[in-house]
Design a protein around this ligand. Structure first.
Ligand SMILES: NC(=O)C1=CN([C@@H]2O[C@H](COP(=O)(O)OP(=O)(O)OC[C@H]3O[C@@H](n4cnc5c(N)ncnc54)[C@H](OP(=O)(O)O)[C@@H]3O)[C@@H](O)[C@H]2O)C=CC1
Ligand SMILES: O=C(O)CCC(=O)C(=O)O
Length: 448
């Protein structure tokens, strides 16, 4: 049994009931095998064992009161996974499915994603099983205040800098940051990223993950002498990530025809291609009374309740942008039959290992989420830089930096795969390029 297999076996024993975490680690470690073989010193230094164990895992209770005076208790998490290359950095997810396995998988992925950005940020993730959907603003505020009343002692501009993820957008970040400031009596270099533009937020951060994903795809398409012009895109989600993808892909000449949520998907044959439609996505996300089916009614599109968008319409490119494991083997086969040749991942780990195998065998080009959705955290790091400088860059300046970062991520991933004779393998290349920097930093910093 090789080093990687032994580490995976031990990991499985130590982490029962954490399928998402095991899935993420297995995917990464298997693709690192050529690197591990080339570096026998890693085994002696137990580098992989140290890499898969979070530096710190914090779990706490979050009591809050609803509008009727009823008290509820949710569970809060922050997993500070790896600080080898910078302060812990990663989003907070508020969603009923949140548990330790999901936060650990996201935190583990974040280590390599943050490394790929080339910026000095370590990996972390946090969140709660609180569901902001259906809650009033006042309830969301009280929950955020209670959550931060514990979290504040574990974060700081040089320690850990949280941001948003599913269920945590500008509103939640505002409430969390307000409570942080109240408790600490300090602006503390912004502490959270994704803040509002009037209190330290960076221009382009709301769009960054989606824009970055489209920029990443553009580089890949160029490699195959193709472009977005005239292509049809199927996409899941309608949130922060999907919103940015719809805008930028439209600007690049493609037509995005689907959005989706927990309750089904919408097919808009005319394309999700106007400011009015993009603004409506924000309304679905932020207003309890507006739902996906209202989009269909308002814009003359089709709503398909209870269904996923995969393989239902002819398309060239898929951007899964909702949640983990949302494309399984059957979905992958359906996507291939519908004509899809490229899958650019907006969501974290949206394809199951079985789906990845199907894509690989059919020579569908797939990006790993940690590379193609790194634009969000990259602009978060630019927000940290602007906050430290007490200065704001223009939207154009931030967007240009984002484009360069995404271009470099593709180039570095391709080069890493080439170095190990793996061909044009964006998944292995992304994992290897992200890992190499972290491994070097861990080896240089001694045992910790
Ligand atoms: N925000 C960011 O900057 C970044 C986000 N990501 C990843 O992108 C993905 C989307 O995040 P984001 O756009 O920020 O989140 P949002 O909360 O803004 O949107 C989430 C979207 O996903 C859908 N969704 C959530 N859970 C499910 C589910 N179980 N089944 C089907 N649809 C679901 C939501 O629909 P509904 O409301 O109906 O559930 C909604 O459309 C996540 O994987 C996140 O980790 C990655 C990098 C950065
Ligand atoms: O902006 C950030 O710090 C984190 C974004 C995020 O959660 C992610 O990249 O998955």
């Amino acid at each position: 049994m090789g080093y990687v297999e032994r580490v995976l076996e031990e990991l499985e024993k130590k982490n029962p009931g954490q399928p998402e975490f095991l899935e993420a680690v297995t995917g990464v470690l298997n693709s690192l095998k050529p690197v591990i073989e080339a570096h026998p010193e890693y085994e002696k230094a137990a580098l992989l064992e140290r890499l898969v164990e979070p530096e710190r895992q914090i779990m706490f209770k979050v009591p809050w009161v609803d509008d009727n005076g009823q008290v509820h208790v949710n569970r809060g998490f922050r997993v500070q996974f790896n600080s080898a290359i910078g302060p812990y950095k990663g989003g907070l997810r508020f969603h009923p499915s949140v548990n330790l396995s999901i936060i650990k998988f996201l935190g583990f992925e974040q280590i390599f994603k943050n490394s790929l950005t080339t910026l000095p940020i370590g990996g972390a993730k946090g969140g709660s099983d609180f569901d902001p959907q259906g809650k009033s603003d006042a309830e969301v505020m009280r929950f955020c205040q209670s959550f931060m009343t514990e979290l504040y002692r574990h974060i700081g501009p040089d320690v850990d800098v949280p941001a948003g993820d599913i269920g945590v957008g500008g509103r939640e970040i505002g409430y969390l940051y307000g409570q942080y400031k109240r408790i600490t009596n300090s602006w503390n270099n912004g502490v959270l990223t994704g803040k509002g533009m009037t209190f330290g937020g960076s221009l382009i951060r709301p769009e960054a993950t989606g824009f970055g994903c489209v920029y990443y795809g553009d580089e890949v398409l160029k490699h195959f002498n193709e472009s977005y012009e005239g292509k049809t895109i199927v996409m899941s989600g309608y949130g922060n990530v999907a919103w940015g993808i719809a805008q930028k892909a439209t600007e690049y000449g493609a037509k995005v025809v689907t959005i989706s949520g927990r309750d089904g998907y919408v097919y808009d044959a005319n394309g999700i291609n106007t400011k009015e439609k993009w603004d409506f996505l924000v309304e679905i996300r932020t207003k309890n009374e507006v739902k996906l089916k209202d989009y269909a009614e308002k814009f003359g599109a089709e709503f398909h309740p209870g269904e996923k968008p995969w393989g239902k319409v002819k398309a060239d490119i898929a951007f899964p942008s909702a949640t983990q494991n949302e494309i399984d083997e059957a979905d992958a086969k359906a996507l291939i039959e519908s004509g899809v040749k490229y899958v650019f991942e907006g969501a974290n780990m949206p394809t199951t290992p079985g789906a990845q195998k199907v894509f690989r065998e059919a020579q569908v080009v797939e990006s790993p989420a940690k590379a193609s959705n790194a634009g969000g955290v990259a602009v978060s790091a630019l927000e940290m830089a602007q906050n430290s400088m007490r200065y704001n860059w223009t939207a154009e300046e931030v967007d240009n930096k984002l484009k360069t970062i995404m271009k470099d991520i593709v180039a570095n991933s391709v080069a890493a795969a080439k170095k190990y004779n793996l061909g044009y393998d964006l998944i292995a290349g992304g994992n290897i390029a992200g890992f190499e920097k972290v491994a070097e930093a861990m080896m240089a910093q001694g045992l910790y």
